[in-house]
Ligand binder design. Structure first.
Ligand code: 5GP
Length: 114
């Protein structure tokens, strides 16, 4: 998977179903949804993995969660519940090295996640 895939989506070079946008974060539907609602919230600035997040980027990471919560309210799933997940590196299943918060909603989720 290309490390610049999400930059290409932001640049409009690759089509995506965008559901959220502000100056720091973009949200678009996952191409291979794992729930009725599966959106990826991505910072416009490329950070490869959680391990690369710098202290001065802490507010940007917060923006991902604010975007997810805003979208949950918009969908009306905020009370029922939803899941957000960020995979880090191979063992966790990260395939695109530009951090992204998976937002999953519309079904019940198991724990542990497997
Ligand atoms: P990761 O495995 O890195 O946590 O998540 C990457 C996600 O990106 C996967 O859920 C995958 O389905 C999604 N994805 C991969 N390629 C594309 C694409 O071209 N468009 C969209 N919208 N999602 C993609």
């Amino acid at each position: 998977m290309s490390d610049t895939l999400f930059l290409d989506i932001m640049a409009g070079k690759i089509p995506a179903d965008i559901v959220f946008e502000n100056d720091q974060v973009i949200g678009f539907r996952d191409i291979n949804p794992q729930a009725p609602h599966h959106v990826l919230f991505v910072p416009r600035e490329r950070i490869p993995t959680i391990n690369d997040i710098q202290p001065e980027q802490a507010a940007l990471i917060g923006e991902l969660f604010l975007a997810a919560a805003c979208y949950a309210r918009e969908l009306g799933v905020d009370s029922r519940g939803y899941r957000v997940v960020m995979n880090c590196n191979e063992a966790a299943g990260q395939t695109v090295f530009h951090i992204h918060l998976h937002f999953l909603a519309g079904r019940n989720f198991q724990w542990p996640p497997g």
